[in-house]
Design a protein around this ligand. Structure first.
Ligand code: ADP
Ligand code: MG
Length: 591
């Protein structure tokens, strides 16, 4: 299970459900309580009926037999009706709550900045939360069912048996102890095994992907790697199967012992009942009622442990995902606007990834005046994307501060606040399986632009429109056009350009586009950024020439800062990178 545990997430989940439908949830609890108690009533009236028959020897008792028969019939009827009512009410309530649960989630999503959708991790979280909203009711109500249905049934049954013969009550409950213990042993072993085989399973999935995945299959065939991956796939799968089989043997062995013990104990209880009846310590009616209800008693025990509890504890993770996504729904993050004429100031900013040990940004000090176009360069892993994400507000610095200010006016720290007025194209942008128009306008849903305006952007960044125009569907999944990496990147650039902003951040926007087209596109981006501030990450030094200022990063630090011409005069990283690339381009006749 996870860190906070089963009960915690169920309680928080229930809080959300009760907040949405307090009365209906209370009614659900009452129905489950009556449902549980109706089975106890069944046993009780069964005993009364048998007792009245055995004592039957006069006309008055005939009356009592009929009354008890009616009560017994009513209690059986009640149990059947309650079974149907409580279960259907659960289904109806779930349907009713779905709307509210989705409502909270979508409200939360609508409060997110459109740019957050560019982040694959965020999308992944939203996806899991949507799934979570569909199971949250069943998982959380499992706790209610346990308390109101099962506990009320077992509690009352124990009292009933205890009032008859204390030893009987204790023995009946003790029979189930080996079952409970074996359930927890299995659960722990399966969890341990799952942790062990999860990485193996991921391996088999990636091997399978290399063999059959759309994006890999060409290269795998070209390199003749099919058999290589196939062998690795089979070997890993064999190891998983061996581990699974070993555990299954262990489980079967434990189950066999538990079953044998249960049968012996069960026999013991029947014998005990028989003895009590013979020596008149319990009535014949009690003997018959308890004997008949034992099957139901153990049936419910089994259902509670092996089905309800097991299912709920496996699925509690989905509640966690849902709750994580709606967290902050009531206290929305404070936001700040990057407005015209504002400077961006980074003061000693440090950032470390949760999984990383070293600084991805190491005490960065930087002032970007409004309207500057900045080219951010540096080798792979030097921290360019991280710097963009920190300025955009996706990651908060772990040390230092970020400030937006207008020269001469009071400065405001924007650390931890949501940013408005920024457009960004991330290095790992999302390829939406939607129309070209939707792909572009999704970055600024509130904006009203004519189709002509969108077509103009497409024209400018060389997105070729066919007969369907901007309505053309993209991606093969929905029978749309499949695009090349470069074409998808143009769509992402168009999306970045479309959004109204004062700062444009583009992280390697032209990495998949060939060098000859690249400078043309770069000039277009430059044109669109106009008098706004722009930060463009590029690994092509020739393009940095177009920027007002070049920043060179290395190991999370800004090591050079100046214009292209200035930096070429200095002996340093920029000159080294520039001459290396120029040499390569000359040799390969690209420029
Ligand atoms: P660049 O964009 O210049 O190639 P990044 O900003 O992506 O560099 O990465 C800077 C450093 O942070 C690198 O050492 C990289 O390995 C690390 N890094 C980047 N993203 C993550 C991440 N999601 N988790 C952990 N480490 C990361
Ligand atoms: Mg990067």
């Amino acid at each position: 299970m996870n860190k906070k545990g089963f009960v915690y997430y169920n309680l928080v989940g229930l809080k959300v459900l009760f907040r949405l439908q307090r009365k209906s949830m209370c009614l659900y609890c009452i129905l489950q309580l009556i449902h549980g108690l109706s089975y106890v009533a069944q046993v009780f009236f069964l005993q009364r009926f048998y007792d009245s028959i055995t004592a039957y020897d006069s006309a008055t008792e005939q009356y009592s037999v009929v009354i008890n028969l009616i009560f017994m019939g009513l209690s059986f009827l009640l149990a059947q009706i309650m079974n149907g009512v409580a279960n259907s009410y659960g289904q109806i309530l779930n349907e009713a709550l779905q709307k509210g649960l989705h409502g909270i989630l979508y409200q939360r999503i609508s409060l997110m900045d459109s740019m957050e959708f560019e982040h694959p991790q965020k999308l992944d979280m939203i996806n899991k939360a949507v799934n979570g909203s569909q199971t949250i009711f069943w998982v959380s109500t499992a706790l209610l069912d346990i308390v109101f249905f099962y506990f009320s049934y077992f509690g009352m049954m124990s009292c009933y048996l205890f009032s008859m013969q204390p030893l009987l009550a204790v023995s009946v409950i003790l029979v189930f102890v080996p079952n409970v213990i074996s359930y927890f042993i299995h659960m722990i072993s399966f969890r341990k095994l799952e942790n062990r085989i999860a990485p193996m399973r991921r391996k088999t999935e990636s091997f399978l992907g290399y063999m059959t995945g759309k994006e890999y299959v060409k290269e795998t065939r070209h390199l003749g790697l099919y058999h290589f991956f196939c062998e690795r796939y089979e070997n890993t799968l064999r190891k998983i199967n061996e581990l699974n089989l070993k555990l299954q043997y262990k489980k079967s062995f434990i189950d066999f012992i538990v079953c044998t013990m249960t049968v012996i104990f069960y026999g013991g209880i029947v014998f005990m009942l028989y003895r009590y009846a013979v020596i008149n310590q319990i009535t014949p009616g009690a003997f018959a009622a308890v004997l008949l209800s034992l099957k139901q008693f153990y049936g419910f025990m089994y259902e509670l442990i092996e089905e309800r509890f097991a299912w709920a504890s496996q699925n509690v993770i989905s509640i966690e995902n849902y709750l994580k996504c709606i967290e902050g729904y009531h206290n929305e993050k404070e936001s700040c606007h990057y407005e015209k004429d504002m400077n961006i100031v980074l003061k000693n900013v440090c950032f470390t990834y949760p999984s990383g040990s070293k600084y991805a940004l190491d005490h960065v000090n930087l002032t970007i005046p409004y309207g500057q176009t900045i080219a951010l360069v540096g080798e792979n892993g030097s921290g360019k994307s991280t710097l963009c994400s920190v300025i955009e507000g996706l990651y908060a610095p772990c040390q230092g501060d970020i400030v937006f200010n207008i020269s001469g006016a009071k400065e405001t720290s924007v650390k931890g606040k949501k940013r408005i007025g920024i457009s960004a194209v991330f290095q790992k942008f999302v390829q939406y399986r939607m129309s070209i128009k939707d792909n572009i306008t999704i970055s600024d849903m509130g904006k009203n632009t004519s189709d002509k305006g969108i077509e103009k952007i497409c024209n400018n960044v060389d997105i070729h429109l066919d007969k369907d125009g901007i309505g053309a569907m993209l991606g093969r999944e929905f029978d749309g056009r499949e695009l090349s990496g470069g074409q998808w990147q143009r769509i992402a650039i168009a999306r970045g350009i479309y959004r109204d902003c004062n700062l444009m951040i583009m992280d390697e926007p032209t990495s998949a586009i060939d060098p000859l087209e690249e400078s043309k596109l770069f000039e277009k981006i430059h044109e669109y950024s106009g008098d706004k501030t722009a930060i463009i990450v590029t690994h092509r030094m020739a393009l940095a020439k177009l920027a007002d200022r070049v920043l060179v990063m290395k190991n999370g630090k800004i090591v050079q800062d100046g214009t292209h011409e200035q930096l070429l005069q200095e002996e340093g990283e920029y000159k080294k990178l520039y001459s290396m690339q120029m040499k390569w381009y000359m040799e390969s006749n690209v420029v």
